[in-house]
Design a binder for this molecule. Structure first.
Ligand SMILES: Nc1ncnc2c1ncn2[C@@H]1O[C@H](COP(=O)(O)OP(=O)(O)OP(=O)(O)O)[C@@H](O)[C@H]1O
Length: 453
């Protein structure tokens, strides 16, 4: 069973309860932490973020009328607004459960619980939270969102980012297949997840297939599934990812990485809207929305004979271009601050601040790894920071950046260098160079004129 990417904390002073809950929930969720000592709750929650806290309402030390639990619910909701609290009450404590709901909990669970009921309660709440997070992405574009899991927060305020959000808002509720284009680490997967969250399919599965890392021999059984005995290693029947995504969204990451024969197989499944497991003859109807992503130039691949035009038509009803971080220099301070807050909390360095000079250096860096690289740089810097302030010298940037700083390049110099590199790489071909740079031909001509190139 695929685990849900969610972080769960269970707080109870009974070690037996903690062990049982942990063993069960670890099979379903990516991260489960248990805590029996209430005194360390604040510290644990400051160091890590959690999506859901299961909180026992009765502690053997002190009051056992739930007062302490109610105070904790209020405290958690106040200090960690992204976290959901599920109080655990004893059978018959209806008044206490109602009071907990009044203080901000959105559901509760009674002891002794049934495991499936426990799972359903958490899963429902996470779904609700995802829907609301999705909406907040679009509503809070002009203010950094602090806390929560990295997967659900999309930060930005610049023009190209807002244009992309408007596109997402229009396209998400439709069933149109979407192709997301953009450099590595620029946020393509995040866009795919937001599209799913904002669609009517949001309470159905979002299944990702990383086609870039899927070896040839596993392609069919991974996507289509296989019957028992279909081949030597097929000891059990296996459901394919297409069927797992039924009713929901299938995210095909790195679509440019699959061979022509694999494209043909996938195309015929998408055309027939039905899938048959390898070694089986039962065809299962499919109702899936396809979202694909790539950093490759698929048109160029078609020209080279490496990509099927009919397959592209099938997957790119709508194209969304994710801007690179170089094209969003204005957003760098916002994103840097967001990640700084996140990692300050995670590593218990709440007083850490960043100087304006350090932000300027971050804005000048070309970010070949885009937002993923920015988050890594900030995380590394926070971990290594000895002082209360992050200065330019504290930023552990890649060597290329150090060279640039020695040359004292500014953003215009950086842009000029990039344009020259793109032209050199593409033997002066303006169409290809502009595509590499993520701008249109006219914009490239304007810049050539501006820099006298
Ligand atoms: N607008 C954003 N605000 C905050 N974080 C973001 C934003 N866009 C991307 N990220 C974060 O940057 C990291 C990389 O994003 P993501 O995996 O979506 O990129 P990608 O384009 O799919 O990368 P790849 O091409 O390598 O698969 C993730 O941790 C993601 O949460």
């Amino acid at each position: 069973m695929e685990k849900e990417q969610s972080r769960i904390l269970i707080v109870d002073d009974d070690p037996a309860v903690l062990t049982t809950a942990r063993l069960f929930l670890k099979q379903r969720f990516s991260y489960v932490h248990t805590l029996s000592d209430l005194n360390t709750l604040t510290k644990v929650m400051t160091e890590s973020s959690f999506d859901v806290v299961l909180l026992d309402m009765n502690y053997s030390r002190g009051e056992n009328d739930g007062v302490e639990g109610l105070k904790l619910i209020e405290q958690i909701i106040r200090d960690h607004p992204q976290t959901e609290v599920i109080p655990i009450t004893a059978y018959g404590e209806i008044d206490l459960a109602v009071e907990a709901l009044k203080r901000g909990a959105r559901d509760f669970i009674t002891k002794p619980w049934q495991n499936e009921k426990l799972y359903a309660t958490i899963a429902n709440l996470l779904n609700l939270k995802k829907k609301q997070n999705g909406v907040s992405v679009l509503r809070n574009v002009n203010q950094p969102l602090i806390g929560g899991s990295l997967e659900t927060h999309m930060i930005g305020a610049c023009r190209s980012f807002n244009q992309m959000l408007q596109m997402i808002e229009k396209v998400a509720p439709t069933d149109a297949n979407v192709l997301i284009l953009g450099e590595n680490g620029s946020g393509k997967e995040l866009v795919a997840r937001v599209l799913h969250q904002q669609s009517d399919r949001c309470d159905k599965p979002f299944i990702k297939i990383d086609l870039g890392s899927l070896v040839d021999s596993l392609f069919e059984s991974e996507l289509f599934g296989h019957a028992k005995g279909a081949f030597t290693d097929a000891q059990n029947e296996k459901e394919g990812k297409l069927q797992m995504a039924n009713g929901g969204t299938l995210f095909l990451d790195e679509i440019g990485n699959i061979s022509l024969s694999q494209q043909a197989k996938l195309l015929s499944v998408l055309q027939d809207r039905a899938v048959t497991k390898v070694g089986d003859n039962i065809s299962v109807p499919l109702d899936i929305r396809i979202i694909s992503a790539t950093h490759a130039d698929l048109q160029e691949m078609i020209n080279q004979g490496d990509f099927r035009q009919d397959f592209l038509y099938r997957i790119n009803t709508i194209e969304i271009q994710v801007p690179s971080l170089r094209q969003r220099v204005e957003d760098v301070p916002l994103l840097a601050q967001y990640y700084l807050n996140l990692f300050k909390n995670k590593y218990g360095k709440k007083s850490l601040k960043v100087t304006a000079e350090a932000i300027k250096v971050l804005q000048q860096y070309p970010w070949p790894g885009n937002i993923r690289e920015l988050s890594h740089v900030i995380e590394r810097t926070v971990i290594l920071a000895d002082h209360l302030v992050i200065r330019p010298a504290d930023l552990a940037l890649m060597p290329s950046h150090k060279e640039n700083r020695e040359l004292d390049l500014n953003i215009e110099d950086m842009e000029k260098t990039l344009i020259l590199k793109a032209l050199e790489k593409n033997n002066g071909n303006m169409t290809h160079a502009s595509r590499d740079l993520g701008i249109d031909r006219q914009a490239l001509y304007r810049r050539l004129e501006k820099y006298g190139l």
